[in-house]
Design a protein around this ligand. Structure first.
Ligand code: ADP
Ligand code: MG
Length: 276
């Protein structure tokens, strides 16, 4: 699904990523470990085009998204991102947070479809609609898009047991609830992959479990996930591959068993001796 080829990133004269090579397959649960400052967040930000790589390729579903000429918005929609500090919009209610991106994207598509009167775009908007329905009978309005997005958002909230929080503001939620809302918000776009940057690092210890449990459930459903975390237990239990990053390169990549029992690189051995 994602092929990262010799990815480099400099800030001024400072080379933060020094040539990352990795392949992510559909259904992979890849955990990224490494000391602070090793470039883990920069790596994730380059994957979803929040940063422009200095050189190298990020081939996502066959398209090099590091290439400035591609429309990154289309690809970014296929990648969810979950941050350490949740990044919910505090001036929007919980349900609005979840609906915002799908509504925005679908309204954009609606405008485009109306302009070009393209049957396929309209049909795509209503993926559930039977292909036999004649074009004239499909009338999509902004109101319908919003209603549909709200229903989907409420279903997602139900799934995490927070449907009663739909119309409150994020400031009234606990950290664990905020992060679970941020995770289902990323799912509302039906992404191909979700990137997590230390999703539990800002949480009180008693709230870490509920967030990891939701992530585990997603993993079991086959969601492709790339997760920067310091949660070793989670990495061991859930990852199918663990990458160790140090000083802008991936020094080791192995399944959890091998990674923890037979680390090869001296710097990984040293890292594990400090964190385990
Ligand atoms: P990690 O997530 O592993 O802690 P980061 O990717 O955040 O590491 O940072 C790696 C290095 O890149 C650090 O030395 C950091 O100071 C530097 N860095 C990260 N973002 C920027 C930026 N926007 N401008 C300049 N330097 C940055
Ligand atoms: Mg980081």
């Amino acid at each position: 699904m994602i092929d990262v080829i010799d990815l480099k990133k400099n800030y001024g004269g400072h080379e933060v990523l020094k040539g990352i090579n990795v392949t992510i397959n559909r259904g992979d649960i890849v955990v990224v470990l490494g000391p602070s400052g090793s470039g883990k967040s920069t790596f994730l930000r380059c994957l979803n085009c929040m940063e422009d790589p200095s050189s190298g390729k990020v081939v996502f579903n066959g398209v090099d998204i590091a290439d400035m000429s591609v429309n990154i918005n289309i690809h970014r929609r296929r990648m969810g991102m979950v941050f350490q500090h949740f990044n919910l919009f505090n001036n929007k209610t919980v349900v609005q947070n979840i609906m915002m991106a799908p509504v925005y994207v679908q309204c954009q598509e609606l405008r485009r479809a109306k302009r070009s009167n393209m049957r396929t775009l309209l049909l795509n908007l209503f993926r559930g609609a039977s292909k036999k329905v004649p074009l004239e009978e499909i009338s999509v309005s902004k109101k319908q898009i919003i209603a549909q997005a709200r229903k989907q958002a409420l279903d997602l909230l139900k799934r995490i047991g927070l449907e009663d929080k739909a119309d409150v503001y994020p400031s009234t939620l606990s950290g664990g609830q905020k992060q679970r809302v941020a995770i289902i918000r990323s799912m509302a776009m039906n992404p191909d992959v979700i990137l997590f940057d230390e999703p539990t690092s800002a949480l009180d210890p008693e709230m870490v479990g509920e967030v990891l449990d939701l992530m585990k459930a997603l993993a079991l459903e086959g969601m492709t996930m790339i997760i920067v975390t310091h949660e070793m237990g989670f990495a061991k239990e859930v990852a199918n591959r663990i990458l160790f990053m140090d000083d802008g390169v991936i020094l080791e990549s192995a399944p959890p068993e091998e990674f923890f029992s037979h680390p090869k690189h001296p710097r990984l051995k040293d890292f594990l001796s400090k964190v385990l």
